[in-house]
Design a binder for this molecule. Structure first.
Ligand code: XMP
Length: 319
């Protein structure tokens, strides 16, 4: 029986013992997990830690600004902000296979971290906010045969040749425990309460080919959806809600003209650890309000559908 305060103390000792006087690079993804890992490690080793926020151009609306201001402003933890969007977008051109996307993004993250590590004279360790469910799901599906469902970019997606050792202080925690630890460490509630966001970002919410244009369209639709969820007071009742931009175009009519644009799917689930999930049962008026706003306000989308699939048999993300 342990509390988060004790966990914090124990982990700080473990981190110090693991890394000694070496330099550590921590990759921030914009999500809660990597932020909590970074703050914990900073508490343990101070300026031996360099935080690197890699913007792959696949973040949600306003996300980069929020992360940068949390670290530089609130915690005063130095942060290197790398705009690597061109590198990622170029490499993703024409890549449609979900695992190929994940592998490319995982590998490219490491390339960028290694380049940043060289700039500070080398780092022996790479820190990540890997959680227990990430570990399990990248290895095998619970109770089933040993099959990789998805290569989570912060576990199975890492290249073999990486020359840094991993520091993963959250490896035995579930999401709700990470949130408790985050509060214990003084992270603001709005940040700690944010919905999970996958390392590969919007790339895995754009089935088929990813491009800057598609990411821009998706970001707008996603922002409208989340704004309506917040306005309805539903944000905290939902584990995760997001929009998906389908590579399918359908015919519509707007004003006196024909349209031929993409389909947007909305996903919202409840869950306690992301391992299983149920769909969130919005009322019809809510869904039609969101659909109308997205179709009216986002150029490139003319049809909105709601995903009614639980996990299993679906996964939460579409890829
Ligand atoms: P799935 O789609 O496997 O997702 O049902 C379960 C939870 O994990 C998140 N997820 C990821 N998180 N790196 C992450 O850090 C990843 O590569 C990744 N893939 C999925 C997903 O958003 C959900 O919360």
């Amino acid at each position: 029986d342990w509390t988060m305060a004790e966990f914090r103390k124990t982990k700080i000792e473990e981190i110090r013992a693991q890394v000694g006087s070496a330099r550590v690079i921590c990759g921030l993804s914009g999500g809660v997990d990597s932020a909590v890992a970074a703050v914990l490690i900073h508490e343990a080793i101070g300026d031996q830690l360099t935080c690197v926020y890699v913007d792959h151009g696949l973040m949600r609306m306003g996300e980069s600004e929020q992360v940068v201001s949390l670290f530089r402003g609130h915690f005063n933890i130095p942060l290197v902000h790398v705009d690597a969007s061109t590198l990622f977008m170029k490499g993703l051109e024409g890549v449609t296979d979900p695992e190929a996307k994940r592998k490319f993004i995982g590998k490219t993250f490491i390339d960028v971290f290694e380049a940043e590590a060289r700039k500070i004279g080398g780092a022996d360790f790479l820190a990540q906010g890997t959680l227990y469910p990430d570990v399990i799901e990248s290895v095998s599906f619970t109770g089933g045969p040993s099959v990789t469902i998805k290569s989570h970019h912060n576990v199975g997606g890492l290249p073999e040749r990486m020359n840094m050792q991993l520091v993963e202080p959250l490896r035995e925690l579930f999401k709700d425990e990470v949130r408790d630890l985050g509060r214990e460490l003084g992270l603001p509630d709005v940040f700690v309460g944010r919905h999970p966001f996958p390392g590969p970002g919007l790339a895995i919410r754009i089935p088929g080919a990813v491009s800057r244009e598609r990411a821009d369209v998706l970001r707008k639709a996603d922002a409208i959806y989340l704004e309506e969820i917040r306005n309805a007071g539903l944000y905290d009742a939902i584990w995760q809600a997001f929009a998906v931009l389908l590579p399918v175009k359908t015919v519509g009519v707007m004003g006196d003209g024909r349209t031929y644009d993409h389909v947007c799917a909305l996903r919202a689930v409840t869950s306690t650890d992301g391992m299983t999930a149920d769909i969130y049962p919005f009322d019809a008026a809510f869904l039609s309000r969101v659909a109308t706003r997205i179709i009216n306000e986002v150029k490139g989308i003319n049809r909105v559908v709601y995903d009614y699939t639980s996990k299993p048999p679906g996964t939460i993300e579409w890829e």
